[in-house]
Design a protein around this ligand. Structure first.
Ligand SMILES: NC(=O)c1ccc[n+]([C@@H]2O[C@H](COP(=O)([O-])OP(=O)(O)OC[C@H]3O[C@@H](n4cnc5c(N)ncnc54)[C@H](O)[C@@H]3O)[C@@H](O)[C@H]2O)c1
Ligand SMILES: [Zn+2]
Length: 337
């Protein structure tokens, strides 16, 4: 599909100039092929490469990208392509949202996490000194191109972390997919393709019902994330990948679901086993600063009067929001992690 990217984009966008934004790991692998394909489809692309990793997702870096685009003469009739993982998707989408007050965005995700989650739903943005994703815009991509062949070069740890979001989708919306994952065998390309497609459907359907986070439907996608964000913060965004922190966050979310929503402990066990099947962490390392997790929880803007809007699952495949969960419920669940 990458070789045909130009043709796909030509159908979606009758424009000429564009910026391909990528990172230092991904660009050497795929930027050449994408550029050639764009040129042969009649586009005039420029390539902008930024350092890889979360530390690049800043307003300053977005400014540098914009300056390069302005320097290259890209105007409001141009567009932006993000070629990379979730970091590239988020920052390139943010640039697309603000460049000349908004130009179209094409996502070419190259990580499993980006394919099943971050490239869908239109959330774009950058981090600030005080927290993740504090600046951003909703800017949906005009086109998303998922070529599963690009995943062959993805390091195993990065590949596995994508399964944390997939397992989350299964828990909140699809018991059948949960079963498929329990029987999962690696290296079946057709099954992986079906799995990615199903995850896109789940996320797109939820987002379509509540694009702007107003009814609570979209918040269901945050299952496991209250604690995982606190773990990421407590680990100073270095200890765990996003998906690994999510895996850890799902465990207390299940414990709280047992207490507040009637989840069976058998199903909690099934969740733990499934996460482990994909080599995801389900226990904190003994020396991890647990107290910092609780402190970081208080940063969570969703806390109101000691209570938080928390996503629980009464059984695998179903999720709902509750406002009966207190900080001490979460503290208790984190202590057993
Ligand atoms: N917008 C959303 O809705 C949303 C949802 C979930 C996560 N996110 C964001 O996504 C980011 C995490 O995304 P990620 O895990 O994809 O991180 P990432 O973009 O940092 O990619 C992970 C690593 O893999 C490398 N890489 C990417 N594709 C590769 C390939 N095909 N072969 C070899 N190496 C490759 C990258 O260079 C990087 O080092 C976070 O910033 C998170 O906040 C956003
Ligand atoms: Zn997530």
């Amino acid at each position: 599909m990458l070789r045909r990217a130009g043709a796909y984009i030509r159908k979606a966008l009758p424009r000429k100039t564009c910026a391909i934004i990528s990172d230092k790991n991904v660009a050497p692998l795929f930027a050449d092929g994408v550029t050639k394909s764009l040129v042969s489809a009649g586009f005039r692309p420029i390539l902008i490469t930024i350092p890889a990793g979360e530390k690049s997702k800043t307003l300053a870096q977005a400014g540098v990208i914009c300056d390069q685009m302005i320097g290259a003469g890209l105007d409001r009739k141009s567009f932006v392509i993000g070629l990379g993982g979730g970091v590239i998707g988020d920052i390139s989408g943010f640039v697309a949202a603000i460049y000349h007050r908004g130009v179209p965005h094409v996502q070419i995700p190259t990580t499993l996490l980006a394919m099943v989650d971050s490239s869908i739903g239109g959330k774009t943005g950058v981090n600030t000194r005080d927290g993740k994703n504090l600046l951003g815009a909703i800017h949906h991509p005009s086109l998303v191109i998922d070529d599963i062949d690009v995943l062959k070069t993805l390091p195993r740890r990065e590949f596995n972390q994508g399964f944390a979001e997939i397992i989350k989708h299964a828990i909140i919306a699809d018991a059948k997919m949960f079963g498929t994952l329990q029987r999962w065998k690696a290296a079946d390309a057709a099954a992986l393709q079906r799995l990615i497609r199903r995850n896109i459907e789940i996320k797109a359907k939820i987002v379509a019902k509540d694009e702007r986070d107003q009814t609570g439907e979209r918040a269901l996608l945050n299952f496991g994330h209250t604690v995982s964000h606190a773990i990421e913060r407590a680990g100073e965004y270095r200890k765990f990948l996003h998906g690994e922190a999510l895996s850890l966050g799902i465990i207390p979310a299940c414990a709280i679901s047992i207490k507040k929503a009637g989840l069976s402990s058998d199903q909690r066990e099934e969740v733990v086993e499934l996460l482990q099947r994909f080599e995801l962490p389900t226990r904190l390392p003994p020396n991890f600063p647990r107290q910092k997790i609780v402190e970081a929880l208080k940063f969570d803007k969703k806390f109101e009067g000691g209570k938080v809007r928390f996503v629980v699952t009464p059984k695998i495949g179903v999720a709902r929001l509750t406002s009966t969960v207190t900080l001490s419920d979460i503290r208790e669940a984190v202590e057993t992690l």
